[in-house]
Design a binder for this molecule. Structure first.
Ligand SMILES: Nc1ccn([C@@H]2O[C@H](COP(=O)(O)OP(=O)(O)OP(=O)(O)O)[C@@H](O)[C@H]2O)c(=O)n1
Ligand SMILES: C[C@](O)(CO)[C@H](O)COP(=O)(O)O
Length: 230
């Protein structure tokens, strides 16, 4: 059990290569209207006013250059081969945390109010809290031949975003366990611990493909109040 008033440390995994985006530099360093995805993610986290400090996890060769321009309350560490490895590196630099918020740099337009929504639940006694949205498409499971094996009831499905918030000790235990997962909550679920949901934000979409990049730039060009509102 964490100290309910203890520090919240944000961890921003930004060490991916962005293969699916296909740009010539690591994805977190691609610019959206003059500011990198990473800078936007850090600024939103700090603007939320619910995070005490931020650990940014970047490709090893970029640690020195990112650290040289990092704002106050932000430290920079080297990431690993998989996202889970990068989160582990972030956790190692968050030794003082009572709670951690793990947030993809790739969700660069996330409104600050989403961080606050997660922290309210953590301080209220939840150990693991994630933002989700309803699923708009029908989802099928398929076998290796592409043959449909089932149609899950859409009403119980949710698309999962970040920031994902945890009692720090719980995420340390989950992350130290064997195996990988596509999100941090998945590791916590494997421990048999409850993971709770709060409403996500459409603007917290993950910039994964070139089309996502077009969408993000269009949102900014349209003058949406991204990063300003709390
Ligand atoms: N070894 C890794 C892989 C991913 N990430 C981060 O985890 C977030 C979500 O990952 P994703 O969107 O898949 O980014 P990439 O791994 O860069 O994308 P791709 O799979 O297309 O290469 C991103 O902010 C990414 O930088 C990370 O810190 N370390
Ligand atoms: C953590 C995550 O953003 C939740 O939706 C997602 O699972 C990351 O997946 P990726 O393939 O590493 O982008």
């Amino acid at each position: 059990m964490s100290d309910r008033n203890g520090p919240v440390v944000g961890i921003i995994p930004a060490a991916g290569r962005g293969v699916r985006l296909g740009e010539s530099l690591p994805k977190a360093f691609v610019e959206l209207d003059g500011r990198t995805m990473l800078d936007r993610a850090v600024e939103a986290m700090l603007a939320s006013a619910v995070v005490d400090r931020v650990v940014v996890v970047v490709p090893p060769e970029l640690v020195a250059s990112v650290a040289a321009t990092a704002p106050a309350r932000v430290c920079v560490v080297a990431g690993g081969a998989e996202r889970t490895d990068s989160v582990r590196a972030g956790l190692a630099a968050a030794e003082d945390a009572a709670y951690v918020l793990v947030h993809d740099a790739a969700r660069a337009l996330t409104p600050p109010r989403l961080f606050a929504r997660i922290v309210v639940e953590l301080r209220g006694g939840r150990s693991a809290v994630i933002p989700v949205l309803p699923v708009a498409d029908t989802v099928k499971s398929v076998d290796r031949d592409g043959r449909v094996t089932g149609t899950p009831d859409r009403s119980v499905l949710r698309a999962v975003q970040t920031p994902q918030g945890f009692e720090a000790g719980l995420l340390r235990r989950a992350n130290a366990g064997a195996g990988d997962a596509t999100d941090d909550a998945g590791l916590v679920e494997r421990l048999g611990e409850g993971v709770y949901t709060v409403p996500g934000e459409p603007l917290a979409f993950k910039i994964t493909t070139p089309l996502d990049l077009v969408l993000a730039r269009a949102v900014l060009a349209a003058g949406a109040p991204v990063g300003q509102e709390s």
